[in-house]
Design a binder for this molecule. Structure first.
Ligand SMILES: Cc1cc2nc3c(=O)[nH]c(=O)nc-3n(C[C@H](O)[C@H](O)[C@H](O)COP(=O)(O)OP(=O)(O)OC[C@H]3O[C@@H](n4cnc5c(N)ncnc54)[C@H](O)[C@@H]3O)c2cc1C
Length: 452
């Protein structure tokens, strides 16, 4: 940073260059990047221990550009801005954010659990997989707390001040800088800075306060999630896959089974918050009284976790004035871990740029990144993923078996919606009744589901 730069006019009490609110992947990555770039940074985290994860997350770090609901749409090219590779080492591993500056790399010292494929299974056991080959690693289930703690240690080593147990109550953005009201056990304080990064996750009251949500519609509504952590499972498929159990009569959605470090598994399900569905009951049924109960014979549920996810359309301009929104607070549903890391890195660089050269250009840089790193803004993408009804809601168990048997017999792989769209003409001829249910004429009311 240019040491000759004084505080902005009219804000002589500015102590920090940058205040970062929230210590998830977005905030921690922003803190480390900005501190290493020489900014004077404060990170505040409301949890008493920074680097602790309290919101449920399946912790799967997808490699490459893949991740959201479609493997096939051309605009997924844009996801390359948040493409990830992992260099596996003996002492530690290196997570590289591709297509970004070479210092967008993270030393990670936690466990890596490779996931080779995702397998969708029907009530009678017909199955197909997301990827044609199960030889390549698709994702790693990681220890998210280790990831965050590593970033925080590096931020701290670069002189970032970290205050845990400190909640940001409110924020004001003025032409001269930002001021935040912070609350902790020891009382309240008002601090100011040239810029702020808000990385406080979903349901953010702070971005609401600043007007970022003005004009943002409610979207297809909220989802509720429930996850059981279980100690052992007899996998019906080769180990280290993620399995999607599909029994529409037990749950009009997919029930996911996958690894949960260290050495455990998680069984999870989602539903609209408005649906009269008890997710604990659904998961208990899958454990004890479903076509898949044998998989869980002798397993114990060791923990249960729940959370909600908002599916509001993404904010188009996530950088405005002296504030940049990072991660889930501005996203459609979620940015995922790798997306939050990418946003955090870019927001830190743009904050430095704003301090040195002015906010307008720097905010425009961030907004360009935000709009192209994810495909929330692509009409083609949204049209495609909205074009098919969710098979778990449209089909009965027997129809699901017929569809999965067809997919398996034809040796097709992919996500269900991609498969249905790509093979629609053949499906229309060979399974006309099922096809009519999956591809109704009026498709406007069909929403997109995040895929975990
Ligand atoms: C059910 C579910 C499963 C998921 N599974 C995966 C997965 O397998 N892989 C994947 O990549 N992603 C997954 N995600 C998404 C992933 O968890 C998020 O996209 C990612 O954590 C977003 O990071 P973030 O930094 O934006 O926010 P968060 O991780 O939510 O972090 C926000 C932080 O801000 C703190 N905070 C909030 N308000 C304040 C305040 N006022 N003051 C101070 N601190 C505050 C919070 O305590 C928290 O530490 C999943 C999400 C859900 C809901």
């Amino acid at each position: 940073m240019d040491p000759t730069l004084g505080p902005p006019h009219g804000l002589s009490s500015v102590k920090y260059d940058l205040i970062i609110i929230g210590g998830g992947p977005g905030g921690c990555m922003a803190a480390r990047t900005a501190a290493r770039d020489g900014l004077k940074v404060l990170l505040v985290e409301k949890n008493n221990e920074a680097g602790r994860v309290t919101r449920f997350c399946s912790r799967s770090l997808r490699l490459g550009a893949g991740g959201f609901s479609s493997n096939a749409v051309a605009t997924d090219e844009n996801l390359k801005r948040i493409s990830v590779t992992i260099e596996v080492g003996s002492q530690h591993h290196r997570i590289h954010l591709q297509n970004m500056p070479s210092d967008a790399v993270i030393d990670y010292r936690g466990e890596l659990n490779p996931v080779f494929n995702e397998t969708f299974v029907s009530p009678s056991g017909h199955s197909f997989s997301r990827f044609h080959s199960s030889r390549d690693i698709e994702a790693f289930v990681i220890d998210k707390e280790q990831l965050l703690q590593g970033l925080l240690a590096e931020a701290s080593a670069a002189a970032c001040e970290i205050r845990a147990g400190t909640r940001c109550q409110s924020i004001q953005d003025t032409p001269d800088g930002v001021s935040v009201v912070l609350k902790s056990d020891t009382g309240e304080a008002v601090l100011s800075a040239r810029r702020a990064i808000i990385a406080d996750g979903s349901f953010s009251p702070l971005i609401e306060q600043l007007g970022f949500n003005n004009g943002r519609s409610a979207g297809p509504g909220r989802l509720k999630f429930m996850s059981f952590v279980i100690d052992r499972v007899t996998f019906p498929f080769p180990e280290l896959r993620r399995v999607r159990l599909c029994v529409p009569s037990l749950h009009p959605g997919i029930v996911n089974l996958g690894p949960w470090p260290p050495g455990m598994f998680q069984l999870s399900a989602a539903a609209s918050v408005d649906a009269d569905i008890s997710l604990p009951e659904v998961l208990n049924k899958f454990l004890t009284n479903s076509p898949f109960s044998e998989i869980f014979a002798g397993s114990t549920v060791v923990a249960k976790q729940a959370c909600n996810m908002d599916r509001r359309p993404a904010i188009r301009d996530a950088a405005r004035g002296n504030v940049i929104c990072v991660g889930d607070n501005a996203a459609f549903a979620e940015t995922a871990i790798k997306g939050a890391l990418g946003c955090g890195f870019t927001a830190a660089r743009c904050s430095k740029e704003a301090i040195e050269r002015g906010a307008d250009g720097a905010n425009a840089l961030y907004n360009d990144y935000w709009q192209h790193a994810f495909n929330y803004f692509s009409r083609e993408y949204n049209r495609r993923v909205a074009g098919v009804r969710d098979f778990t809601q449209a089909l009965q168990d027997a129809e699901t078996d017929i569809l999965f048997e067809w997919i398996s017999r034809h040796g097709v792989s992919g996500l269900p919606n991609d498969i249905i769209i790509e093979n629609r003409h053949q499906l229309e001829q060979e399974l006309p009744e099922i096809c009519a249910k999956l591809l109704p004429r009026d498709r406007d009311s069909v929403g997109r589901q995040p895929a975990h």
